[in-house]
Write a new protein. Structure first.
Length: 756
């Protein structure tokens, strides 16, 4: 259900300030006199709501003003928003005195059920809530701008008492981005019946475990409508897009616009129609065979509008991710202008910059920063499109990026606070931590591996922030988690037959997770060690040491580490299956190192990587995928002084992504998301290996610089440091490096000798 709330404010000349504080479930959009102000709230854990505060002073005119809030109350479980009762709580102050507040006892705010957004529609995806489909008239938005709303007020009830949290993170800037180009135009047919339609679990699995409307209840199935279209003619245009120029589209015509880079936000346009029009906007991150495949991501990338005659400033209330948008007129004739995306991005990285003598690396850095900004607003998200979910493990990588690009750990603090405050999680075994959160996991599914990554990251969070309050609050949670894992330890101390979704990475490795999975046990050793150091528990550290020795004894066959062992007649037997990612887990979690396993290290460093398939090396070892194998590989190069290899392989893994979408992808190809949060980790490597900032300690205002012997002629960059900016540049001069450190920061910078 979508509900509009409004209050009328009379402003006198000389008013010092006007502010509004508000929170809501599920999401809200705030406007003043019909003009966009903000969107929120930042997400909190079950039973807690984060409060936003917006300064309206410069947005109000002298005299009559309308402050309006649209609230979409989804009342449905998802990985994106929690299924909690819908409400708005708002308080508007003028010169620090309350001028209006939501209440059932006073009429400061009027409320109206906004039936213009269809209620009974399909879910956007399994992981998110509902698609947007609107039926609008020329007066639909008058309640936000006119003295008389000409609507029947809704009956309001007071909520139960609420728990509040501070927003904790910065507010997006909501910049409007216009397309660069009109890429294509053409014609299409519609009403073409298909033998088979896309019937995803988000459409067919509605029931006790997935809230929504069953197919027979739906007012429209927009995915079916789109599937019944077929492109007839396509004309490549590639002409600059001029926002003020009106594009005239009639029934059966379309335009595809190109925004130049894959970006996330609220899709909008200005439409004028003299008679009834039906307009669909389909979108995606890439073109598939020159067109939009709106189902490529297994989500419904299309918004529907049915418009009576009039003028409309349309904008989605939900954020989406796209590089291309296809505007299709299904019926009538429309004049369309000012197509745009109101960007929904992290604003804290403006001081982060990187340039070097290799243009490919510059493009990769820019794509990595763009990817981070779109995936780190209030949580660390896997993707800003299909899921918008706060996943563990992804957070391990993104937390390091936030610390470098923004100089803070604001998002990480929110992310951890959400997981700590709630305590136990319904539907999950006692002690288990959700694989993504805030999210509802009615089906009880979890990833035990991700809970272990949570512990490994926690130790690094302590180093970054020294937030002893959250660390102390986390101790009971960590110990309960380790208690959960103890019941799966076999006679050797190895975890065996773990429950639910045991996940190593998206590759052959995920077929080898039972009975004893060695990558999982390697991670378990790392988590035990991290918890032992964090909470000064020698027994946990001793357990980690014993486990590492057991893994070496069981898994290593003299050349490679094997992925798993199974029970045969009561005995553990290696399956003989070996994967590339298993080797990286071994080195990441100190089962092996280049000194203890020199032959294996040279094989990994010199014979594996992005070009192994071309050479046909070691075909018996299944290749790694992007997440997390390739990232562990490159991280190991950084750890063990292989900077030249790291930068070379960055180009091999990521250049095609940066060139195609301006963002970095979930996989090494376009089968899934082309904008995935963990991929922003490339920026961390480039600062460290190319620019030479080996470490930065924002708590103690100290940085260590050491330049690597890399194949670059020069490099320069900047990053935020407290209230200032650190600037660093270097250039090769013969066999030496000339460098300059500047900026307006107050950090001490330690420069280590140039390596031999």
């Amino acid at each position: 259900m979508t509900v509009g709330f409004r209050t009328v404010i009379m402003m006198e000349r000389g008013t010092e300030s006007c502010r509004i504080r508000l929170t809501a479930s599920s999401i809200y959009r705030l406007k003043v006199n019909g003009a966009f102000v903000g969107h929120g709230p930042a997400r909190g854990p079950h039973g807690f709501f984060r409060v936003d505060e917006w300064d309206l002073t410069d947005k109000l005119a002298t005299g009559f003003n309308i402050v309006s809030v649209e609230v979409a109350g989804y009342n449905a479980n998802s990985y994106y928003l929690l299924n909690q009762p819908s409400f708005l709580q708002a308080e508007l102050t003028v010169n620090d005195s309350i001028a209006a507040a939501t209440s059932v006892k006073r009429a400061d705010f009027q409320a109206f059920v906004l039936t213009e957004r269809l209620q009974k529609v399909q879910r956007y995806s399994y992981q998110r809530t509902f698609v947007e489909y609107y039926r609008l008239t020329a007066t639909s938005s008058n309640w936000q701008t006119q003295p008389d709303p000409n609507r029947t007020p809704a009956l309001l009830e007071e909520t139960a008492s609420l728990n509040y949290l501070a927003r904790g993170v910065s507010y997006p800037e909501f910049k409007r981005r216009a397309p660069d180009l009109i890429a294509r135009s053409g014609t299409f047919a519609q009403g073409i019946r298909r033998e088979q339609y896309w019937r995803d679990r988000s459409l067919t699995a509605i029931g006790p475990l997935l809230a929504g409307y069953k197919e027979e209840e739906l007012e429209r199935i927009i995915s079916y409508d789109m599937e019944e279209t077929e492109t007839l003619e396509t004309y490549e245009q590639m002409t600059p897009y001029i926002g003020t120029e009106r594009l005239t589209l009639r029934r059966g015509q379309f335009y595809i616009v190109d925004f130049g880079v894959n970006t996330s936000g609220f899709i909008g346009c200005h439409v004028i129609c003299r008679a009834r029009v039906k307009l669909f906007i389909a979108f995606d991150e890439i073109l598939t065979d020159g067109d939009i495949d709106f189902l490529r991501l297994s989500c419904v990338n299309v918004i529907g509008f049915e418009l009576e005659a009039g003028s409309y400033h349309l904008e989605s209330i939900e954020p989406y991710t796209l590089k291309y948008a296809k505007l299709l007129v299904m019926d009538g004739e429309a004049n369309i202008a000012d197509v745009c995306i109101r960007e929904f991005k992290n604003p804290d990285t403006h001081a982060a910059a990187f340039h070097c003598s290799d243009p490919a690396l510059n493009a990769i850095f820019q794509a990595g920063a763009e990817t981070f900004n779109q995936n780190a607003l209030d949580l660390y998200m896997d993707c800003p499109s299909r899921e918008r979910a706060g996943w563990l493990c992804d957070s391990y990588f993104m937390s390091k990026v936030e610390y470098v690009l923004s100089g803070t750990s604001r998002v990480e603090t929110n992310f951890r606070e959400n997981l700590i405050i709630t305590g136990d999680f319904p539907f999950l075994p006692s002690g288990m931590i959700p694989m993504c959160y805030p999210a509802d996991h009615y089906n009880g599914r979890f990833i035990p591996n991700w809970a272990l990554w949570y512990v490994v990251e926690l130790e690094q969070f302590d180093t970054r922030t020294n937030n002893r309050n959250l660390i102390a609050k986390s101790e009971a949670q960590v110990m309960k988690l380790l208690d959960y894992f103890r019941k799966f330890q076999n006679e050797y101390g190895l975890l065996e037959n773990l429950e639910s979704w045991v996940f190593v990475e998206w590759s052959k490795a995920n077929e080898l997770v039972q009975d004893v999975n060695f990558p999982t046990n390697m991670l378990y050793a790392g988590a035990l060690d991290a918890a032992g150091r964090l909470y000064d528990n020698p027994e946990l550290r001793n357990q980690a040491s014993r486990l590492r020795e057991t893994i070496r004894r069981f898994s290593f066959d003299g050349r490679f580490f094997n992925d798993n062992a199974v029970r045969v007649d009561g005995e553990l037997k290696l399956t003989g299956e070996k994967t590339e990612v298993c080797q990286y887990y071994a080195f990441t979690f100190d089962i092996a190192n280049p000194e203890s396993h020199p032959e294996l290290w040279r094989i990994l460093a010199d014979r594996f990587g992005p070009r192994r398939a071309e050479r046909g090396d070691f075909l018996e070892v299944a290749p790694a995928n992007a997440f997390i194998g390739n990232y562990l590989r490159l991280d190991l190069f950084s750890r063990y002084g292989e900077g030249i290899k790291l930068l070379d392989e960055l180009s091999g893994y990521f250049s095609h992504m940066a060139e195609a979408t301006g963002t970095l992808w979930e996989n090494i190809d376009v089968r899934a998301s082309c904008n995935h949060g963990f991929a922003s980790y490339v920026t961390y490597w480039l600062y460290k290996e190319a620019l030479g900032i080996r470490s930065i300690d924002h708590r103690n205002k100290h940085a260590i610089v050491q330049f690597s012997n890399v194949d670059l002629e020069w490099c320069q960059g900047s990053l935020p440091c407290g209230n200032g900016i650190m600037e660093l540049s270097w250039r090769k001069v013969g066999q030496s490096v000339a460098y300059e450190i500047g900026g307006n920061h107050d950090y001490t910078v330690e420069v280590l000798p140039y390596p031999d």
